[in-house]
Design a protein around this ligand. Sequence first.
Ligand SMILES: [Zn+2]
Length: 198
Amino acid sequence: MPGFWGHAIGSGVALAGTTAYMLYDHWSVPDVLAVNAGIALATTILSPDMDLFNSRPIQGWGVLRFFWWPYSKLVKHRDHLHIPVIGTTARFLYTALIIALFVIIFKFWFRRIGLQIEFDFAGDRDDIIYNLLFLVDLYVGAVIADATHYVLDVVTTEIKLSGRLLRPRRSTIRNAPPDGEKGEWNRNLPNSNTDWRR
Ligand SMILES: [Zn+2]
């Protein structure tokens, strides 16, 4: 796993590439910004690593992270929902569920304290379609970030696995001779010290 910052760098590269493409393709500035927001969102607080409760994207939710506890328990790390599109959709729906829960709680609470606030989202039909398109942009951005995340996860795992096959087993390193014979040891196993730390 490349870790949070590895993924953040990957997303940064994806963001730069996507922006360059969108500008070349004459997308409107609001659309470009919405797609970029989607990439940022899926990197910082809605990443595929939401399946790990101690991951940084979950910590990003602060106190609200407990809403993600069921998700992190139900979803196995790096299982199907790590796959872009499927996972992206699942996390968007899950977020919608959290928002819906909030709307219900606040509606109930406002009614109890006698506050009349209408949660009426029915606006002009064109307005709704216009805003939905931004949601689509956000989703597209999130899919791009999730795809980058997935590729990085797979590639780094492959590299780690092939490295493990080439490298001597850890148990041999652990049985390293005492300091006196270290010269010989290092000669036989170049970089063994750095390997050990990893
Ligand atoms: Zn991951």
